[in-house]
Ligand binder design. Structure first.
Ligand code: LLP
Length: 419
């Protein structure tokens, strides 16, 4: 069931009219449906019901604490890539033993923080990182559980910016070096070799690249076993895509079936790091039309949200659907929907047929729950927008709109500038 639906002429999130939220919190704002977040998490989780597994939601996709808490309440863990993400997840109440830590640039203080927290494992992305974790853990007289993120050199068939598993990508340790690193890891102090990890890219719309990568890693697991190294965890990463427009990604259940089939003879505990698949279509961005202008060749709809609020169209040329919050437009028009930022890349919709929005009309950009607010900035000194969560006929602000005072928080005018 889609929880963003029209009732009559008005767009609702669950049982709340978006118009009502806009009247209370102003625009722009992000809105998340609690029922959708829950349904998506459960659908993913249920796909692996037949095998031991942990869903470590990828915090980067949407790191707002109420979103994290929703999944933690459902038994989820988290995949983090920074000390900041660890802090957020802990504040939201995650069990430290359900935290996996990925990322190519873990700093000393972040490694220490994770070790003090007692996370499940580090997904190690380079030879030097492995050495560093060993040094820090030994100094702290702790054991760091590690998996090596193996770069399987498989093309996920997605946007180049979010392709991570090809051998020229910065991610992971290439498959030809990984065996050697496992052997070294076994000898290093402070290291507990417990898993193997992959993450090949994001917004994948086919299952084969996942399965192909798993097959490559299985060969390694076999070799390691023959050397007496028995890994407990197989972290399959994230990356399962969603429908933004006309994509046809596999359902989590179909993805699950194939992954389970490919891994079940290993008898390992599976870990998944889904982000977009769970939050992407659970969120929208609501904005207001400020002005319109028509030129001979082009129509522009200027709105109060920009590329600083939703960067994906500007960054990747990605598609987000747009719906009127109240259907009261006089027809359709081919237009660009643009923000107030002083850059030509500041568009949310380009040359598309959209409702003929007029001044004051509200609109909702769909599929904005993943990498929406999380990638927003205050560029052009625009306070970051509010976020709300809807549950049934209620909604709450889960992140206040920033104020202009927030914009200069932590700044100070250099003393030599003040006479
Ligand atoms: N695990 C690791 C190690 C990752 O790097 C990522 C995403 C995920 C899991 C979650 O992937 P997902 O399930 O969401 O596909 N900003 C881009 C997406 C960047 C993805 C980065 N890594 C976008 O807006 O499309």
């Amino acid at each position: 069931m889609n929880h963003f639906q029209f009732k009559g002429t008005e767009l609702y999130a669950e049982d709340v009219a978006l118009k009502e939220i806009a009247a209370k919190v102003g625009t722009p704002f992000y809105a998340y449906s609690h029922a959708t977040l829950t349904r998506h998490f459960k659908a993913f989780d249920d796909s692996f019901a037949s095998v031991p597994h942990t869903i470590c939601y990828s915090v980067k996709a949407n790191s707002t604490q109420s979103v994290l808490k929703t999944f933690i309440n459902l038994g989820g863990g988290v995949d983090i890539v920074s000390g900041g993400e660890l802090y957020r997840a802990l504040k939201a109440g995650v069990a430290p033993r359900k935290v996996v830590y990925s990322g190519v640039g873990k700093k000393d203080d972040e490694i220490e923080y994770a070790l003090n927290t007692g996370i499940m494992m580090f997904n190690v992305e380079s030879e030097q990182e492995l050495t560093r974790i060993s040094e820090i853990a030994s100094r702290m007289v702790k054991k760091a559980g590690i998996a090596i993120r193996v770069n399987p050199d498989v093309d996920p068939g997605t946007h180049p910016y979010i392709t991570t598993g090809l051998k020229n990508a910065k991610f992971g340790i290439t498959i030809d070096r990984a065996m050697q690193e496992y052997t070294r890891a076994m000898t290093l102090p402070g290291i507990d070799v417990i898993g193997i990890d992959m993450h090949i890219g994001s917004q994948l719309t086919k299952v084969n690249p996942f399965v192909d990568s798993i097959e490559k890693l299985k060969i390694m697991i076999g070799k390691l076993r023959s050397q007496g190294v028995d890994l407990k965890y197989f972290d399959c990463g994230g990356g399962l895509g969603i429908q933004y427009n006309d994509e046809e990604p596999p359902l989590p259940a179909d993805y699950g079936k194939e992954i389970v089939a490919a891994t079940k003879d290993l008898g390992m505990h599976l870990i998944f790091e889904p982000g977009r698949n769970i939050v992407g279509n659970a969120g929208i961005l609501v904005s207001k039309c400020l002005y319109t202008k028509a030129r001979d060749e082009k129509n522009f709809i200027m709105i109060d949200a920009g590329m600083n609020d939703l960067a994906r169209p500007a960054l990747y040329g990605s598609f987000h659907g747009v719906l009127p919050v109240v259907k009261e437009q006089d027809g359709m028009i081919v237009a660009d929907i643009v923000g107030p930022i002083c850059e030509s890349g500041d568009f949310l919709v380009k040359d598309r047929e959209v409702p003929m929005f007029k001044q004051g009309d509200l609109m909702a950009f769909t599929s904005a729950g993943a990498y929406g607010f999380a990638m927003s900035s205050s560029y052009n000194s625009r306070p970051r927008v509010a976020e709300v969560m809807i549950k049934g006929d209620k909604f709450e602000v889960i992140r206040e709109r920033e104020t202009i005072e927030d914009l200069i928080k932590g700044e100070k005018i250099a003393s030599f500038l003040v006479s």
